[in-house]
Design a protein. Structure first.
Length: 230
C-alpha cells in the first residue's frame, strides 16, 4: 500500500482525468437521514444538515476535473443537485450490496476508473478527489481507500467493479474499514491510501467538520441548528 503524494494534484495540471466520481446518497428527508443527530436536533434540523452536506459535496464533485459525475441516489433528486450529473437509482438490500451495484451500474455506462464517496464528508476537496482518481488512471493503484475516524471509510476507488470486494463486508461497524481494506488486499489489489477524514454522524463530529469549512453551506446550517439549542 502507498500514501498519496500531496503534490500530485498540482503537478498533474488542469487536464480532465478519464475517471468518474460517484456520490452515493439518500434524499435528505426528515427521519430518514442523520438519525444519530437526534434527539439533540429535531429530525427536520438533522435533515437540513444532511441536505447542506450533500449540496457541498456535490458542488466539490461538480468542480472536479473528471470526465463523468454520477449520483447514486436513494430517493428523489431536489434543487440541490447541480447540472452535469448522471442520476442512477440505488439497488440492493444492505449498504454493501448498494455500493457494489453503484460501481457496477456506473462502469456499465462508462468503463472508466471510479471514485466513490458519500454525503457525510462535506470537507472533501477537489485535490483529494483528483489524487484518488489520478492514482487509478495512472495505473499506480488498482484501488484507493479513504479511512474514516470512526473506523469506517469515506472513499473507495476501483479501477473496475468487482462485487466480491464489497459483498458481505459489515457496514456501519467499528471495524468496517479494517475489514474492507483487508478484502482489497486479499484480492491482490495494489491499494493507495487517501487521508483520514471525519464522517458527520454525531453532533460532535458535525461541530468538528463545520469548523473545518467555515464558509460552507454545512457550517451555516450547523450554526443555525446549534443556535436553536439555546
Amino acid at each position: 500500500m502507498s500514501w498519496f503524494n500531496s503534490a500530485s494534484a498540482t503537478s498533474a495540471g488542469p487536464d480532465m482525468l478519464a475517471a468518474q466520481v460517484i456520490v452515493i446518497a439518500k434524499e435528505p428527508v426528515a427521519g430518514r437521514v442523520k438519525t444519530r443527530l437526534t434527539p439533540a436536533l429535531s429530525p427536520a434540523t438533522a435533515a437540513a444538515l444532511a441536505e447542506a452536506a450533500l449540496a457541498d459535496t456535490l458542488d466539490v464533485v461538480a468542480a472536479s476535473a473528471v470526465s463523468r459525475r454520477v449520483l447514486a441516489l436513494d430517493g428523489a433528486p431536489g434543487y440541490w443537485l447541480p447540472a452535469g450529473f448522471d442520476l442512477i437509482a440505488q439497488r440492493g438490500d444492505g449498504l454493501d450490496e448498494r455500493l457494489a451495484a453503484a460501481f457496477a451500474d456506473t462502469h456499465a455506462a462508462a468503463p472508466l476508473p471510479m471514485v466513490l464517496i458519500g454525503m457525510d464528508t462535506p470537507q472533501v476537496t477537489t485535490d483529494l478527489i483528483r489524487d484518488a482518481a489520478q492514482s487509478l488512471v495512472s495505473g499506480e493503484a488498482d484501488a484507493v481507500f479513504g479511512p474514516a475516524e470512526d473506523g469506517g471509510f469515506w472513499l473507495l476507488g476501483l479501477a473496475r467493479p468487482d462485487r466480491s470486494l464489497l459483498a458481505g463486508v459489515p457496514m456501519s461497524q467499528p471495524d468496517t474499514g479494517r475489514v474492507q481494506l483487508e478484502r482489497l488486499a486479499s484480492a491482490g489489489l495494489r491499494v493507495a491510501l487517501a487521508p483520514r477524514l471525519t464522517d458527520v454522524d454525531t453532533f460532535d463530529t458535525a461541530e468538528q467538520v463545520a469548523g473545518q469549512i467555515p464558509d460552507s453551506r454545512f457550517a451555516a446550517a450547523f450554526k443555525s441548528s446549534a443556535g436553536a439549542l439555546h
